[in-house]
Design a binder for this molecule. Sequence first.
Ligand code: SAH
Length: 352
Amino acid sequence: MKDAREDILGLMPHEIVKRLQEMGEQAFRGKQVINWLYKGVISFEDMTNLSKATRKKLEDKYIIGSVKLLEKRISKNGDTIKYLCLLADHNIIECVVMKYNYGNTLCLSTQVGCRMGCSFCASTKQGLVRDLEVGEMMAQVVMANTHIKQTDERGIRNIVLMGSGEPLDNYSNVIKFLRLVNHPEGLNISYRNITLSTCGLVPKMKRLAQENIPITLSISLHAPNDELRKKIMPVASAYSVDEIIEAGKYFFEKTGRRVTFEYSLIDRLNDNVYDAKELASKIKGFPCHVNVIPINEIEDMPYKRSSESRIKVFVQTLKTLGVQVTRRRELGQDIEGACGQLKRSYLDSLDK
Ligand code: SAH
């Protein structure tokens, strides 16, 4: 049964202070609670500078981040850690920490499952189960940050919304989460260090541009034209490549932040030289970035990753045509680091 108590991790700092004041406490008590929460404390009992009575009052009304760590997997070279988390309603989500030289990056989930139906993505196989609450997204950050800080004082510096789910399909919760994670009294993670990835929900991209949240917008394009895109992404029937690029330009104009186009290479499907040329012509003159990554082969899917030589030619073609392109590092392959893979293998093992 769903816990009737509210998740305190989903509240903004000023909301927490107000709630404590409503309980007859002074404002600084709210600040103490906030401190504990972001230090990773998961029980009010452990907030030892509050009176027993206050702890009890909090306990009666609130829970702290309803996410429980089920399992963690660390890649052989230690640069990727994948966390499998149990939600209060027994759904399972996952998040991944990737260690880069410039800081630790957390890739988190915004929904249980996804309804976008991209044919190469494991997260969408069972469709959308539900949206994640603000506190459930925060809990992923606090949990990973606390765990990483045990061995690395830098903690989590960057966040990418690239786990399971389509962030713009859970719009209001994601917006509140972004404001909360950026809050100076909270984790204070700079918007510049946050990337939101979308399959291209055009109206929501435009709305996001107006929120005054200058994050990096990453657009999963994966094809230079609608015909090809429709073969792999059902959302392509709702919004055209041209509209998506226009929305990307609008985001850039409004926020001054460069957008990134994600392009996963599938052998002989979207990795031809003429695809690279078409992509280059579509984004010509737009100061953006293209991130190329070979598709991660997933069970029951007909796609193969492109050969090294085809990847190189694709990237080189874009470069020659003046596109700023990088090949994304593939981390955590040995721990099933790609979208939805760990969760699926965990669930499969339970079935057996
Ligand atoms: N729904 C959002 C964010 C989640 S997916 C989006 O579509 O952008 C994060 C990125 O991983 C997207 O670019 C997505 O297209 C890509 N992706 C999903 N499955 C993949 C796979 N098997 N191999 C490579 N990239 C994949």
